[in-house]
Design a protein around this ligand. Structure first.
Ligand code: HSE
Length: 406
């Protein structure tokens, strides 16, 4: 018998209990032993819930029970999740988690603590919900130099952007609908301002490149400035607007960014809709691979956590190695990154053609009858800093979005 304790009986924690119970026989077959939820830790009581009998309010009960082999941390946040995780690892218990905030902030330290105590720290569910992506990076793509990771890493924003595209709605209405349907938190700022995707690309990139990328060094923009009008232009040029998290190796070094971008049919991200996520990985031998699936939600996320439980149950008192050095990987200044830009400006294309040409060269312009008094144009590729300089000379700029196709 392998005993697990689940910390936090919220959406993901209750999902993990459900997966372990519903798929008990499959899990027994895959582990070669029974996996039992011996404890669930939560501050709340759950009268009538199946976990009532195993519910505890005191973490010490778990840490002091030598029968507990695996701790499932689904509390989220840093406090007390960091302290509890450290204590569990030091007590010789493997830990698995969906907590990207904790992994992005303290992942290397917790991996070292796990190694020092001959246990494992796994976090498949921290990126891409139910999509297997961490394990392929660690176990499968091990003979390649990974030189690019990018994708749609946040289900909430992808749901909102998909709604805006299909319904023509404004951001605030699409967000309200996402909240009504349970696809967005009441406080959605971590999702809509890009912080969630930023932590996920920091984790994936750190593992892909083997050195630590600090999430707070990654240039991040959210989607709250995207409007229904932006989508009208995007549709005109056969594009969709998505929140894209990217990191890439260039000859001069590594870049990372989270920002809304226009993608067209040439990019597989174009077909990623609703709460789905996708991660593209480029290797020097592999070329391109894409991992796609349910990126958020109770059971997809719980499925990934439960997969880690199975892995840890198969390797009790061993360390499953994740190569993620604590040596910082410095990022290049974002101003040196090259992009094309879609730019909306006030006025008419015919009146301002010469001015645009002088500042940006021969840029293609788009005017829509449904949006009088403004037009848009798309620039050639240029450095972010160069775009900032040139657009500073442009009066009446309404918005700009990066264009991620040639
Ligand atoms: N809030 C996250 C999202 C949950 O919307 O993708 C999954 O990490």
């Amino acid at each position: 018998m392998v005993n697990a304790a689940v910390l936090g009986y919220g959406t993901v924690g209750s999902g993990v209990v459900e997966v372990l119970r519903t798929n008990r026989d499959i899990i027994r077959r895959n582990v070669g032993d029974e996996v039992r939820v011996k404890y669930v830790l939560d501050l709340r009581d759950f009268p009538g819930d199946p976990v009532e009998d195993v519910l505890v309010h005191d973490f010490d009960v778990i840490i002091n029970d030598p029968e507990v082999d695996i701790v499932v941390e689904t509390m989220g946040g840093l406090k007390p999740a960091f302290e509890f995780t450290k204590k569990a690892l030091k007590a010789g218990k493997s830990v698995c988690t969906s907590n990207k905030e904790l992994v992005a902030a303290h992942g290397t330290e917790l991996l070292q603590t796990a190694k020092a105590n001959q246990v494992s720290y796994l976090f498949e569910a921290s990126c891409g919900g139910g999509i297997p992506i961490i394990r392929p990076l660690i176990s499968s793509l091990t003979a390649d130099e990974i030189d690019g990771v990018s994708g749609i890493l946040n289900g909430t924003t992808n749901y909102i952007l998909t709604k805006m595209d299909t319904d023509g709605s404004e951001f605030s209405d699409a967000l309200a609908e996402a909240q009504k349907n349970g696809f967005a938190e009441r406080n959605p700022s971590a999702d809509i301002e890009g912080g969630d995707a930023c932590r996920k690309i920091a984790i994936l990139s750190s593992i892909a490149y083997g050195r630590h990328i600090s999430w707070d060094k990654i240039y991040t923009e959210g989607i709250s400035g995207i409007s229904a009008a932006d989508f009208k232009y995007a549709q005109e040029i056969g594009a969709k607007i998505r929140l894209v998290a990217t990191s890439v190796k260039k000859p001069e070094g590594y870049y990372a960014m989270v920002a809304p971008g226009m993608v067209n049919e040439s990019d597989p991200l174009y077909g990623v809709n609703g709460v789905f996520n996708a991660v593209k990985v480029h290797g020097n031998m592999l070329g391109d691979a894409m991992f796609y699936g349910s990126g958020a939600g109770k059971l997809p996320t719980a499925s990934a956590v439960a997969g880690d439980v199975v892995d840890e149950a198969r390797h009790l008192h061993e360390t499953i190695t994740t190569y993620w050095s604590d040596e910082e990987l410095p990022l290049q200044p974002v101003g040196n990154m090259e992009n094309r830009f879609f730019v909306r400006v006030q006025g008419s294309a015919s009146d301002r053609a010469e001015e645009i040409r002088k500042i940006f060269g021969n840029a293609e312009t788009i005017s829509l009858p449904s949006l009088p008094g403004e037009f848009a144009f798309i620039t050639d590729r240029m450095k972010e800093s160069e775009f900032a300089d040139r657009s500073g000379k442009l009066g009446g700029m309404i918005s700009r979005i990066r264009v991620l196709f040639a």
